[in-house]
Design a protein around this ligand. Sequence first.
Ligand SMILES: [Zn+2]
Length: 196
Amino acid sequence: MQDFIDQANKNGVTLLPAGRCQFCGADYQRGIFECMEQYNNGLQHLDFTNSEHHLSRFLSVDAHALQHPEIHGRWSNHFHLTRLNLILDKHQTWYYKKSPLLSDYLNTYKLNKPHEFLPAPKPLERGSLTAKDLSAATTANECIDLIRNWANDVYHAWRASHSIVSTIADGFLVNNNTRKAPGGKTTNHEQHLMKW
Ligand SMILES: [Zn+2]
């Protein structure tokens, strides 16, 4: 957990220890701390040995990350928003091996755009659904539908940056057709959420 606290410090953001999550508005008692701890509980109906459920995991990580940009580095927003663009707008199939490829592509991209910044929507204006709403699901299909709505909602909230990430996504797709082996890493936010 320390990494996200460190990152908030680095971003000059004070983490509030009580009440709703100050970033996504989820109705918790211990704010962002509970929002991070409880994330996986909302996915309990999904079976990650079933590849059909993997997409929901990517979408949920992206939605959660983009609702909490204060607790990771700014380039993580490029990663998560570009992946949502690829999945939701460009209807790309996604699987685990593609994430390091996208990360690699962004590492090269940012060398040419070192100052590019995606402006985050204001806290509490990053989509009306949150990870906590997933607890309403009683079946895998309900959970999958909720995650899709959550991801769409968050993606829409970041619409000011859609044209940038759409261009990145196009470049990635062209580049990806000529690449072979993945070598990069996923984002810290993703590594944190996907630790089981
Ligand atoms: Zn939250």
